[in-house]
Design a protein around this ligand. Sequence first.
Ligand code: ATP
Length: 358
Amino acid sequence: MAKITLDNLAHSYFPNPTGEADFALKELNHDWTDGEAYALLGASGCGKTTLLNIISGLLIPSQGRILFNDVDVTASSTTDRNIAQVFQFPVVYDTMTVRDNLAFPLRNRGADAGYIAARVQEIAAMIGLEETLDRKARGLTADAKQKISLGRGMVREDVNALLFDEPLTVIDPHMKWELRTQLKQLHQKFGHTMIYVTHDQTEALTFANKVVVMHDGRVVQIGTPQELFERPEHTFVGYFIGSPGMNLIPADVDGKTAKVHGASLSLARAYGALSGKVELGVRPEFVSLTEDEGLPVKVRRVEDVGRHKIVRADLFGSEINIVAGEDQSISPDMTRVAFDPARVNVYVDDWLTEGEAA
Ligand code: ATP
């Protein structure tokens, strides 16, 4: 397993890039810890696959270096980097049995037959392929074939890293949850450095212990699911993570008070040195609809989504989202919203700003 370092890494698919817009990846500098499960999360086109392919060696970056355990591997082949990769679509040998497919990466490395048999059995059991071990891959469903690809990716214990590029795309929706959980268990058991590309936040948040949020060729935040939820460092992260995302409310700050269209709001910290406009970020889960406390709102609609309700309300001409409990009744007298001061994040030029502790 390896620590992975991205050193001043950038990539353009254009032979003669003329400006930032021509770069799919822009100046990445990060150390990714050995043995951690990372998810690369971001909207389509933000550069996730480009970064994964640079890590695996399928793509040579146009600028910067990539290091495994402090050794420069930028010019090394995929094989020399000793990584396993699972792609969006199954890569299996149709004419081989499931057992031989799983054993292939180990035989290729000359592993001992007894070890191979035991290891294949262990992986098959964890991933739900035991029943099909002696069947040819050809006749199996797309789900089962992708499970074989996952199993082949995980069968070797000595890889530096295990890379997944949207591996559950072809998997039936009701199986996705199960496989995601199994992948997480495999990580807990074997401790590989794993990097998992997805644009699906549920997938990223359930699989990874560190989520790398990407936007427009940059990494905007690396954090635990809880950190991304509670302290998004950038408004993009606040809005992108969560359903619905974080509310962003334009305000003026003076010390521990924020003013929203002239109405005052208390903050947990003092922001004395700040002048000019800020944005207050507050998650819909931390907004309460009240009758007599907080900023004035007008409820527009209430959506019952089963476990809770999402209330869409008008706050000084902009929409604010509120998550209410499934048992909470929403009455016409509820014309105000209150925020827990400790849950309000203050952003200047899109970045989180820390005030002085209270
Ligand atoms: P998706 O989730 O849609 O796969 P992504 O986040 O993985 O998106 P990339 O596929 O890495 O993003 O693409 C990043 C940018 O690079 C996009 O603007 C894309 O159009 C561009 N790009 C990707 N591959 C190539 C290529 N082979 N040639 C030219 N441009 C490319």
